[in-house]
Structures are given as C-alpha cells and as structure tokens.
Design a protein around this ligand. Structure first.
Ligand SMILES: [Zn+2]
Length: 313
C-alpha cells in the first residue's frame, strides 16, 4: 500500500497497447487493479500513432481526474529497441523503413517519460500479473504466432530481440511457404491468419466460428481445428522443452475462444505425450492457462513498464 501522504496518484501507472486497429490504454494502481480503461481507433503511420496515444492518455487523465505522473509504458508491434525507445518494421501500423523514435516523440508530447516495449513482451509481463507466476511463456496466437518469455522474473528479449519467435520454427519441409522465406513454419499452421484461411467465416471471428462448428460435430471443422491445435501444441512443446517454464499462458486474438481452446491444446499435448513417458512426465497440459477475453494483458504489462521507469530486465 502507498502511504496516504504521497497523494492519491502516487501508486498509479499508465499502460498503452497500440494495435493495428485500436489502441487500448489503462490506469492501474499499485496492486494492479484497473481503475480506468480507454479505447481509441489507431491512426496509422508515425504521426498517427503518436496522436492516438496522446489522445488515449488525455482520456485516461479525464477518466481518473488525476495528473498521472510518472512514466507511460507502451506495447507496440514490430522490432523495438528498448534502450532508445525506437520501433521498426511495425508494418501493421504503417511504420516501416528507419527506426521511429516513438518514445521520444511521445515523451515530448506528454511531458512524462515513456517506455516502449514490443507488444508480445509487454503481454508476457501482463501474464505475470494475471497468473501470479514470474516464470512463464506467453504464447500470442494473433495474426502471427510469437512468444514472450519471462524467465526467473526477467524478460528475455535475446541478442536480436528474436527470443520467442517460435512462429518461424519450420516443422514441415513440405509445408506452405512463409513470409519469412522459410517453408512449413509453425505460423503457417498455428496462427490467426492461418486459421482464417483454413476456415473463412465472414462476419464472426473465424476462431470462434471454427470452434463452434467443431463443437457441433461438423467433421470438416473438427479436422481443421485439430490440425490448428496440434500446431499450437507443437509450439508449446518446443518452448517448454527449451526453457521449462512454470506456466504457459495462451493469448492473442484466437485466445478469445477461451476454455475450449485451452482444453483442445491440452488434449493435443496429452496425445503427443501418449507414447513418451519422458514427455508425459513434464505434464505440459497441466501448465496451460488462457487469458480471459476481457483482460487487457498487453496494456497491463505496459503499465508495469511505466511503473518501473526503465522496464524490467
Ligand atoms: Zn516463417
């Protein structure tokens, strides 16, 4: 608990999750309780995302009636240089080419320090808050497939920021070509875009449509779901064998399916372990969790970056 004398806003922190279509911002207190949440459509391009983020922070100030001092933490897709607060290759935000000094631009605009982190890494920190475990793999099944690693309480980014890029692990030499230049990557099977291609659903999200149809017993849907889920299980198995985390948290757009996704991936992990006493002994299926659909995991993680000022690790 913060001492009362430090003022109401002393323990508050601000986190933003800048996505391709929307930017979600929140204010959390020292215990991680969410006090205010704001969503704005994301304007594309360097100028657009700075304006959007500033608008979200202003709306949070209004919603809480607080000045919101301290740093603002930002989760953003693409390659992030955390030390410089710069982002590159955020193609979905129409930010490509040279490094964009997002942290400095936003800090100038907001008048507070800004900490920038890759969105999957930010979500991994949010998963720590959600699960209460500080040693985990967060597997983001969104448009692509990527993991964030928090090992012994520290975010593992890697030498090139590529730690957890499990989506580009090739598993099928005869598989589809991947945009990374390799063939048969996990992402070509176990990602939101792969699922949407295999089960085009029109208006409702393809993952929900697929799991509902499979639950109804549609043979083709069961086939497509099982292939997708086996790919997710491959990713969980590979990551778990590499770092043996306490828990594995499934997130990203596809995880909005919720428990049916967790149960299906758990079943696939048990099937993979059926012939291997070694694999079975690791009890990977029991380590799985799924982010609740209404939990803003990346923004929560970003708010923790903001609180720490310089970010963890
Ligand atoms: Zn690839």
């Amino acid at each position: 608990m913060e001492p009362v004398s430090e003022g109401l806003s002393a323990g508050l922190s601000v986190g933003l999750d800048i996505g391709a279509t929307k930017t979600l911002g929140l204010v959390a207190d020292a215990d991680g309780m969410i006090l205010a949440e704001v969503r704005e459509p994301t304007m594309q391009g360097a100028h657009g995302i700075v304006v959007t983020a500033a608008r979200v922070v202003e709306a949070l100030r209004l919603a809480t009636g607080e000045e919101l001092p301290g740093a603002v933490g930002i989760g953003v897709p693409g390659l992030v240089d955390v030390d410089r607060g710069a982002v590159k290759h955020a193609v979905n935000l129409d930010v490509d080419g040279d490094w964009l000094p997002l942290g400095r631009l936003l800090s100038d605009r907001l008048g507070v320090p800004v900490v920038v982190e890759n969105d999957v890494n930010a979500a991994a920190l949010g998963a720590v808050a959600l699960s209460g475990k500080n040693d985990l793999v967060y597997l983001s099944i969104g448009t692509g497939l990527a993991a964030g690693l928090v090992l012994d309480g520290r975010l593992r980014r890697g030498e090139h920021g590529a730690a957890g890029e499990i989506g580009h692990l090739p598993v099928d030499p005869a598989g589809a070509f991947c945009q990374c230049g390799q063939r048969g990557c996990l992402e070509t099977v176990a990602s939101g875009s792969a699922l949407a291609a295999a089960w085009p659903s029109g208006e409702i999200p393809p993952a929900q449509a697929l799991f509902a149809a499979a639950a109804d017993g549609q043979v083709k849907a069961i086939e497509v779901r099982d292939r997708f889920v086996a790919g997710v299980a491959d990713a969980v198995r590979a990551l778990s064998l590499a770092v043996d985390p306490k828990t594995v948290v499934l997130g990203g757009g596809v995880a909005h399916v919720g428990e049916p996704l967790r149960l299906a991936v758990a079943a696939a992990l048990r099937a993979q372990a059926a012939a291997s006493p070694f694999l079975a002994s690791l009890e990977l299926a029991d380590r799985l969790r799924v982010v609740p659909a209404d939990y803003p995991v990346a923004a929560v993680g970003a708010s923790r970056l903001g609180r720490n000022g310089a970010g963890p690790g």
